[in-house]
Design a protein around this ligand. Structure first.
Ligand code: DGJ
Length: 737
């Protein structure tokens, strides 16, 4: 039975806790497809966490008892106990800083095929209500939890902490996997055992919240993280703004995980009758190691958390690294012709196409003035769309709607629309002129909506929008919010953005929208519901991409991970990588190009054309299949490898990349995963460049053999001497007979 409330009438056993307290048991079981969460919700008592793990029976849930000495409030409140970390804290109208929340009732409802279980808590003195919600779907392993906090006091209360959720994690050899980096080096994996004390992962950036640290973590409960075995929990805070994850390991070596909006500099006042809703914290449990958690998140992400997760993505060419700001009609037409001739399906014109009084020739001018620069594009956007049509491809366009340059007509007319602190001179971002528009202001929300609305109304054939954001919130101050609500800026910015995106999606449900924030600064499940995909990083170097895409793949599916073939030497690392390796990495995500095709050699073009055509064949497997990470680049074994397996297990694509070149180094053999042991698979190499075919080309192997042994890859490519390099990679298609 799903999401069951157990023992309302039947179970009236009196339980004895370490505190020698007698209470009446009323356990609530909340089930996903593979897991259960059990809470004890006795009216008038604290809501208690009893269990989160593999799915259990109703009887087990009914008879669950807290371990001696382990009474965990499911949503710890501040003030009455000495628990060092709490989920919620507030200052009441009269200055009292305590909360004492007890269960008031339990209810459930259905919403869009999901089950929502709500436990209502009320303070036992003040008229404050907190609803703790859990959302599950019978065919998904991910559950979401969030809270709604309502103030019914006469005067405003100030929320000083408001986590989305809390999870106690049992003691043991528990490891944390988290994702950190910087611009051009995002989402690198860090693994560490949890030790005594407090670990905090947070964002202060306001907009580009995954640029440095990610709001997703995994806990491996049985020692060092393993891809395939051991119990693991994945947690993703679904929020696009400032967040804070806290993991406190206490004196009993138990761990306490809290996740929510970062309350620092964001204390939130709630007037009488107002409700604050926290973003969702998504949780998944697996006994198939961290790989199992990833697959659960990918499926749930595709089905419920990103726009059009069931639609294959087009192969595109984006103009940025090809021409940067040098946009002109001929250049765009050339690029369209080129991408079409290589089999691409979409062309995206990046930055540099707009601005009349302040033309966008570099990053110092024009943001805010979304009018085409007719000097660069005399035929306007319609001319480009017509050109795309001639080439039988779709057309997309870049915008950065939340931002403005001080050198723009918008800023000249409306300096009051930018984020700015009273009495302070403005501090500028990119180009020393960039500023944030204040999304908390409804007039600004209207402007941002109109940018998209005007483009889409005038040019309904626009198929794709790249929505960029290249500045963190600086100048803490809203010219719109009143003096006593200045601390709401970060949160109200996000609320305003979400409201605007809702309006855009309601009117334009079909357009593909990419979330970009100086590369991978907006990779999170808070922003994805309005977006189809994200730009994984501004760094397109194929070798470094293996590391970044590896980390990104822990929570995000390949369909959302834009992965582009770019020039050699690479513009970010200056590394020269042969086209074969560049294509083999790019086609492990959502394949695209980020290059000036006019500068490509004939051989590069041919190789890319082949790769695009072959990608189309494997696109459903990559974009909708199950990911198995086989050999991590972080293990520095000289090889990284992963594969995607179609849900029916009749097809799979295997990727193998040599990550370094040492003479006579013995590279490990990579065993495959996720296949049907009883199926027979025929092997076909894609993107092949060798003179001699691989020894196993066209041969058949059982899934069992491939998973127990794998296929040994030759270390180098078989090429004439003058074409040999130190790079080597393979992509194999496996198809069952
Ligand atoms: C930052 C993005 O990450 C790039 O891809 C490009 O769109 C530039 N902005 C344009 O200014």
């Amino acid at each position: 039975m799903n999401n069951l409330k157990i023992g309302v009438l039947s179970l009236t056993a009196f339980l004895t806790f370490a505190g020698m307290e007698n209470i009446t048991a009323e356990n609530i079981k909340i089930d996903t497809q593979n897991s259960s969460l059990v809470l004890q919700a006795d009216k008038g008592k604290k809501l208690r966490h009893l269990y989160y793990g593999g799915k259990i029976t109703d009887t087990d849930a009914k008879n669950l008892r807290p371990a001696v000495g382990k009474i965990y409030n499911a949503y710890p409140d501040y003030g009455m106990t000495t628990m060092p970390e709490t989920a919620i804290a507030m200052i009441h109208g009269d200055g009292n800083m305590t909360l004492d929340l007890v269960v008031d009732g339990v209810s459930s409802r259905k919403e869009d095929g999901a089950d929502i279980q709500t436990i209502t808590l009320k303070d036992n003195y003040y008229p404050v209500i907190v609803k703790v919600n859990y959302k599950t779907r019978p065919d998904e392993n991910v559950m979401e939890t969030w809270t709604e906090i309502t103030n019914n006091e006469k005067s405003p209360v100030t929320l000083t902490r408001f986590a989305s959720g809390y999870l106690p994690i049992r003691k043991g050899d528990v490891w944390l996997s988290s994702f950190h980096g910087n611009w051009g080096n995002e989402a690198k994996v860090t693994e560490e055992p949890l030790t005594r004390g407090l670990k905090v992962i947070k964002s202060h950036e306001g907009v580009r919240n995954s640029r440095y640290d990610h709001s997703e973590v995994m806990f491996s409960l049985d020692g060092k993280p393993d891809e395939n075995s051991g119990k693991a929990i994945g947690a993703a805070l679904c929020y696009g703004g400032n967040y804070k994850l806290r993991i406190d390991t206490d004196e009993t070596d138990s761990h306490h995980f809290f996740a929510g909006i970062n309350e620092e500099d964001s204390h939130y006042k709630l007037g009488k009758g107002e409700t604050f809703t926290t973003p969702a914290l998504a949780l998944a449990w697996s006994d198939e190691g961290i790989g199992g958690v990833s697959r659960s998140f990918h499926k749930w992400g595709r089905n419920h958390k990103l726009a059009h997760g069931d639609k294959p993505r087009k192969v595109l060419l984006n103009s940025w690294e090809g021409v940067y700001f040098d946009i002109n009609e001929k250049g765009m037409a050339d690029m369209m012709k080129n991408i079409a001739s290589m089999g691409g399906e979409l062309f995206v014109m990046d930055d540099g196409w707009f601005g009349v009084k302040y033309p966008r020739n570099n990053d110092t001018t024009g943001l805010g003035d979304w009018i085409v620069d007719a000097k660069k594009l005399p035929g306007g956007i319609q001319g480009l769309i017509d050109e795309a049509k001639k080439n039988n491809i779709s057309f997309g366009i870049w915008i950065e709607p939340e931002m403005v340059n001080s050198k723009s007509e918008l800023f000249e007319k409306h300096p009051e629309y930018v984020v700015k602190a009273d009495h302070r001179n403005l501090k500028y971002g990119r180009g020393k002129t960039q500023l944030n528009l204040d999304m908390s202001n409804p007039k600004v929300q209207e402007i941002v909506f109109n940018i998209v609305d005007t483009l889409m109304t005038k040019y309904p054939e626009i198929d794709y929008i790249k929505w960029d954001a290249n500045m963190d919130i600086e100048n803490h101050g809203s010219q719109y919010l009143p003096a006593d609500r200045q601390s709401h800026l970060y949160i109200d910015y996000m609320k305003g953005l979400e409201k605007t995106l809702d309006k855009i999606r309601a009117k334009y449900p079909d357009v593909t929208i990419q979330a970009c924030a100086s590369g991978g600064g907006r990779v999170n499940y808070g922003i994805l519901p309005w977006f189809d995909e994200f730009w994984t990083s501004d760094n397109t170097d194929a070798l470094q991409r293996i590391y970044m895409q590896w980390g990104t793949s822990y929570f995000f599916p390949a369909i959302a991970m834009a992965s582009h073939i770019s020039a050699a030497p690479n513009h970010q690392t200056r590394r020269t990588i042969p086209i074969k390796f560049r294509t083999d990495v790019a086609m492990s995500g959502r394949l695209g190009m980020e290059i000036q095709p006019n500068d490509m050699t004939v051989q590069e073009k041919e190789q890319t054309k082949k790769a695009i055509n072959e990608y189309k064949e494997i696109r459903p497997i990559v974009q909708f299949g199950d990911l198995y990470r086989l050999m991590s680049p972080y293990d520095e074994k000289g090889v990284a490898s992963l594969m995607y397996v179609a849900p029916e297990k009749d097809k799979a694509v295997f990727y193998w990349w040599k990550t370094r070149a040492f003479r006579n180094e013995i590279l490990p053999k990579v065993a495959m995963k996720g296949l049907d042991p009883d199926k027979i698979y025929i092997v076909k190499e894609l993107n092949s460049i060798d003179n001699k075919k691989l020894s196993f080309e066209g041969k058949s192997y059982s899934g069992k053999f491939l998973m127990e042994n794998g296929l040994e890859m030759p270390v180098n490519h078989d090429l004439p001497k003058d074409q040999q390099t130190d790079w080597s990679s393979r992509v194999l298609l496996l198809e069952s007979k």
